[in-house]
Design a protein around this ligand. Structure first.
Ligand SMILES: [Zn+2]
Length: 200
């Protein structure tokens, strides 16, 4: 049985993560998990997972507007939590921006292709600075307000962005895993359930 406790995601989009309201929803979700545990048959396992963490967003940085103001014409491929380019001029421009408040860490190429093999053509990739999301607007203001105070869709190494994994039940050996990769959860659940998932 799969149960999706969806309210925390909605609340964190509205008001951001780590707020009093978000923490209240965490506590309510915890109560609901307690209700589930009370009625869970004794031979069932419980797996607690999340598909992402959350980031507070203070503003949107429209990189194409900023690039145009600097007369930089190389192509930027913009997702909310990542910008990549296959253009040497654009890569150089991004390196100058990094650390100035909108563009954050450059993702090393080996790390990029490890988590996003489809982006292997990129010559440079950057995350946004903390509490910033990239926007794809090509005209208007360089910085725009965000309608949501929190969001997801970021590179997985961000410190605020870690998620959770808990597995409990008969046959599960107690122990602490430390930090694990989300991509390993599929295999962990397969092992717990004694099944093999079909893979593309
Ligand atoms: Zn969401």
């Amino acid at each position: 049985m799969l149960v999706h406790l969806a309210e925390l995601d909605s609340e964190q989009h509205d008001q951001g993560p780590f707020t009093a309201h978000a923490k209240a929803v965490v506590e309510r979700s915890d109560e609901l998990l307690g209700d589930l545990l009370k009625v869970l048959p004794k031979d069932y396992d419980l797996a607690l997972v999340s598909d992402h963490g959350f980031e507070q967003i203070d503003h949107i940085a429209n990189l194409k507007v900023m690039a145009a103001a600097d007369s930089m014409t190389g192509t930027l491929n913009i997702a909310g939590g990542l910008v990549t380019t296959a253009d040497a001029n654009a890569a150089a421009w991004l390196r100058v921006q990094s650390g100035k408040g909108d563009v954050g860490r450059e993702i090393p190429h080996d790390e990029l292709v490890r988590y996003a093999p489809a982006l292997s053509d990129a010559v440079a990739a950057f995350e946004p600075a903390p509490h910033v999301m990239f926007g794809s607007a090509a005209s208007g203001q360089a910085h725009s307000a965000t309608s949501e105070k929190g969001n997801h869709g970021f590179w997985p190494m961000r410190p605020d962005y870690h998620s959770i994994f808990l597995l409990s039940g008969p046959g599960v050996k107690p122990g602490k895993l430390g930090t694990i990769e989300m991509l390993s959860i599929e295999g962990r659940l397969e092992a717990a359930m004694g099944i093999t998932c079909p893979r593309a």
